[in-house]
Design a protein around this ligand. Structure first.
Ligand SMILES: [Fe+2]
Ligand SMILES: [Fe+2]
Length: 213
């Protein structure tokens, strides 16, 4: 016999799913691309400081990506869309771990603002998913485009001798481009120019704060 769920059952099931998403996103398990690369010998203090600050920004970006994809997953209209969001969140979790590992290797730390980026991004992810899946995909396509451009700018700023950091950022950039293509292939709708500008300003605030603290 098929069990009929009451409204309360459905709310409880959904709440459990949301809690699982919030606290249980697993990394996809890919190896850190920097694992088999030698550490820079005698890195200058100024270089180490620069790379740490840039990687702190990238780590915060990945915290925000977790929040965004969880927010999108919570309000996905179909199971396929939800699974796509959670798959991408898993790959973003890899990035998060790689950035965190690099910060540890450089004796640095993550940003104190991360809880704010995480919670704010869940809200933004949910907001952009309220109306339909296509506008959520449009938001993802634009976010990933901006993130890939941002990573390219960091690749240029990191000292050439730091091959470890370069290898992480290059892999992240190629994954972000792939996420953007996935969103586009699945019917992303074009975002209004004004919204793209707001997204850029918001991410600049995050970069400014996480670079320093
Ligand atoms: Fe990422
Ligand atoms: Fe991504």
């Amino acid at each position: 016999m098929i069990k009929k769920y009451t409204k309360t059952d459905k709310i409880l099931i959904k709440s459990n799913e949301i809690l699982n998403m919030l606290f249980n996103i697993q990394s996809s398990g890919r190896e850190n691309p920097a694992n088999n690369i030698n550490e820079v010998v005698d890195m200058k203090e100024s270089d180490s400081k620069l790379v740490s600050s840039l990687m702190r920004v990238n780590h915060s970006g990945e915290v925000a990506a977790q929040g965004l994809y969880i927010g999108h997953a919570i309000l996905s209209k179909t199971k396929t869309q939800e699974e796509m969001m959670l798959d991408m969140a898993s790959e973003e979790k890899d990035h998060l771990e790689w950035c965190e590992q690099r910060l540890k290797e450089l004796n640095s730390r993550t940003s104190i603002f991360n809880p704010l980026w995480f919670s704010g991004s869940i809200a933004i992810g949910m907001l952009s998913s309220i109306s339909n899946d296509k506008s959520a995909l449009g938001f993802i396509e634009e976010t990933e485009k901006q993130v890939a451009e941002h990573l390219e700018s960091h690749i240029k700023k990191i000292p050439k001798s730091d091959i470890k950091t370069h290898s992480i950022l290059k892999k992240m950039k190629s994954d972000e481009e792939h996420h953007g293509e996935t969103a586009q292939k699945n019917g992303a709708s074009e975002l209004p120019l004004r919204l793209k500008k707001v997204m850029e300003i918001t991410s600049n605030i995050m970069k400014f704060a996480s670079y320093r603290l």
